[in-house]
Every structure is written in structure tokens, then in C-alpha cells.
Ligand binder design. Structure first.
Ligand code: 5GP
Ligand code: MN
Length: 341
């Protein structure tokens, strides 16, 4: 395993100096950063002469389906044989926006067995060591920003056109919650400024991602808000959504994205969580968010089979919803000091 220093980038430049078959993979349940970064990188690699394909483990929300290059994305879950042929014959496999192979679900085995050179670009804590080259930086706002810096290291910033720019803008915007999370730096804004200068229309992207709600989604938001609880003694907010509640609001992929942040917007909240019943998989999918020093990456790793960043993480529970909530609220007493400091 090597980090992305000058020597490494020279090796990668050499590797990419002749036309290669490239596969680019986001994590399961891809979000704006996962799709923006994989599509941005894919468009760039195609532009410099490679044959590149994005293969997503499963489907993703409609509000990401306008991103340039979207129509060529292959979904492993729906097109398994074709996907696995591409993976096994790829010269190079980029894995983006995740730090451990199990995060790409059923694609983990074909990728682990693939002979192609593996390159990870990611900003999550504690990356695993499956890749040949690792560009990991937990101080980065988003993987999209890292793809920009990767192209910069390749000395190809002039290759970034409006399409690549739109893809990268999307993930920087979504992972920073529109440029307000702490990892949004002056460099992030310089990257964004460059993208705007080359013609990226920021209002168009905000509109496509945030202003395309269905009526059902807003009704589901209402339901989530009435299920919101605040635990005064632990400065903790949590939301639950049952499978029945999702069904009755015509739930579609992506409808629950961002709901957890409402809990964290409560004045005193230091920790927020959302527990969503996934009947099909038989699990409760959980998202954690925190303000300040409470480390939800550690919390999700230690107790809910997950991980992520210090202030945003996810995990799962195999207990039913009620027992999961009991486990969660019981655990909070262990963290009383931290949550009340
Ligand atoms: P979200 O709550 O939006 O699904 O995820 C928040 C952050 O935690 C994202 O950066 C996501 O990649 C990461 N994350 C979500 N679920 C998991 C998980 O099960 N394992 C790990 N390692 N990271 C996760
Ligand atoms: Mn990300």
C-alpha cells in the first residue's frame, strides 16, 4: 500500500499514459459525493483516452440521475454478469468514497479477486489496505474535491470541462451540506470558484438536487418530524421511521436522505440519529450526526457495525426497531459525560 506522494503520482501517470480499461466503483447506496466523484473521474479518464465505466453496487436516487455521464452507469445488482466481466478484465479499478471493500456490498468479492491495479480515493477514517495505491485524506470535504486534486496532481486541470465540473460540484455541495460543514475550507471554495469560472451553473445543480421533492417525500418529512424525540439528559435527538410509514408515503430511494440533520439542528443537540426499518434486508439502517467533539465514527464502529467520519457516520442493527432504540438509549448513559460537556 502506498500513499499518493510524488513518486506514486508518477507511477500512476505512467500507468495511465497508455489507453486502459478502467472500472470506477462508488459505495453501496451511492450518495451525491459517490456518484459525483465516480462520474467526474470517469468523464476525465474518457477524455484523456481511456475506456472507463462506472459500476454502482445498487441503484441511487432520481435526484442524482441528471449528472453528466449518468446514462452509461451500470448497476451491478441489475446487470451482474456484464459488471463482473468488466471488473475481471479491467486494467485499473478505482474505488471512490469508501474505505473498506464491504462497503460496496456484493461487489466486494469480484473486486477482491480482480487482477487490475486498485486505486482508492477516499476521505473516510481508517482506510483498509486492499488497494495498491491509496489517496486517503480525512481532512477533505468530499471525494469530489479529492478527484479535483487528483486531476490537479495529474497536471490536467485544463481537462476539466463543464460536465466534469458539474459532477464534482454536486458531491462537494452535498457532502458539505452546501458549504457549511467544518471541512469546507478556503481550498474547497477555490475549487468551487474554478468550477464556476469554467461555466458550472450552481443554481441549476442546487435546484436539481434539492428542489425536486415529490409530495410524498415532504409528507414523509412531516412524519419523521412528528416521530422526532429529544433526550434532554443526553442532548440527543433521534428519529424513527417504520417500514409501514415509508410505504404509506410512497417511499423511494433517497427520500430519507438528510432527515437526520433536522435532529441535529435542535439548539442543544450534540448527537442526532435516525433509525430506518428496512424490511427487505431485515435490518435497521442508522445514520449518526454530531456537533463538536462527539465522535460518531467511533460510536458507529463500536456499537452498530458501521463507521464514517467524526461528525457523520452510519451503521446497522439486526435487532428490531424497538430493541435497537433501547440499545441506543441505554448506551447513551455510557457517554453521559461527553454528551453533557
Ligand atoms: P449516511 O448516514 O449518510 O448513510 O452516512 C454518513 C457517512 O458515514 C457517509 O460518509 C458514509 O459513507 C458513512 N457510512 C454510512 N454507513 C456506513 C457503514 O455501515 N459503514 C461505514 N464504514 N461507513 C458508513
Ligand atoms: Mn463522501
Amino acid at each position: 500500500m502506498l500513499t499518493m506522494n510524488t513518486a506514486t503520482i508518477l507511477e500512476i501517470k505512467k500507468l495511465l499514459s497508455t489507453s486502459k480499461k478502467v472500472v470506477i466503483v462508488p459505495h453501496k447506496n451511492p450518495d451525491g459525493d459517490a456518484m459525483g466523484s465516480t462520474l467526474g473521474l470517469c468523464l476525465y479518464l474518457k477524455k484523456i483516452g481511456h475506456s472507463a465505466t462506472v459500476i454502482a453496487p445498487n441503484d441511487y436516487p432520481e435526484f442524482l440521475k441528471w449528472i453528466p455521464g449518468n446514462k452509461d452507469v451500470i448497476i451491478h445488482e441489475m446487470d451482474t454478469i456484464n459488471s463482473e466481466d468488466l471488473i475481471s478484465s479491467a486494467d485499473v479499478i478505482f474505488t471512490l468514497d469508501f474505505n473498506a471493500l464491504h462497503r460496496c456490498g456484493e461487489m466486494r468479492t469480484p473486486i477482491a479477486n480482480a487482477k487490475g491495479v486498485k486505486i482508492m480515493i477516499d476521505h473516510h477514517q481508517q482506510p483498509d489496505s486492499y488497494a495498491d495505491y491509496v489517496y486517503s485524506d480525512v481532512t477533505m470535504s468530499s471525494t469530489c474535491q479529492m478527484v479535483y486534486h487528483f486531476i490537479e496532481k495529474m497536471e490536467d486541470l485544463n481537462q476539466i470541462d463543464t460536465s466534469i465540473g458539474e459532477a464534482l460540484y454536486t458531491g462537494i455541495m452535498t457532502d458539505t451540506a452546501s458549504f457549511r460543514f467544518p471541512l469546507t475550507t478556503s481550498t474547497t471554495h477555490k475549487v468551487i470558484a474554478h468550477l464556476i469560472d469554467i461555466g458550472v451553473e450552481k443554481s441549476k445543480i442546487h435546484n436539481a438536487v434539492y428542489d425536486t421533492n415529490s409530495f410524498g417525500r415532504l409528507q414523509l418529512l412531516g412524519c419523521a418530524m412528528s416521530n422526532l424525540r429529544f433526550l434532554e439528559n443526553h442532548n440527543t435527538a433521534y428519529i424513527t421511521l417504520t417500514n409501514k410509514e415509508l410505504d404509506s408515503h410512497g417511499f423511494k430511494k433517497g427520500d430519507t436522505e438528510g432527515l437526520v440533520n433536522y435532529g441535529l439542528s435542535l439548539k442543544r443537540a450534540k448527537l442526532a440519529a435516525i433509525f430506518i426499518e428496512h424490511k427487505q434486508e431485515g435490518i435497521i439502517k442508522i445514520s449518526f450526526r454530531s456537533k463538536g467533539s462527539f465522535d460518531v465514527n467511533k460510536f458507529a464502529r463500536n456499537h452498530f457495525n458501521g463507521g464514517g467520519h467524526n461528525n457523520a457516520s452510519g451503521g446497522r442493527s439486526d435487532l428490531n426497531l424497538k430493541d435497537t432504540i433501547t440499545k441506543f438509549t441505554d448506551l447513551l448513559t455510557e457517554y453521559e459525560l461527553e454528551l453533557n460537556s
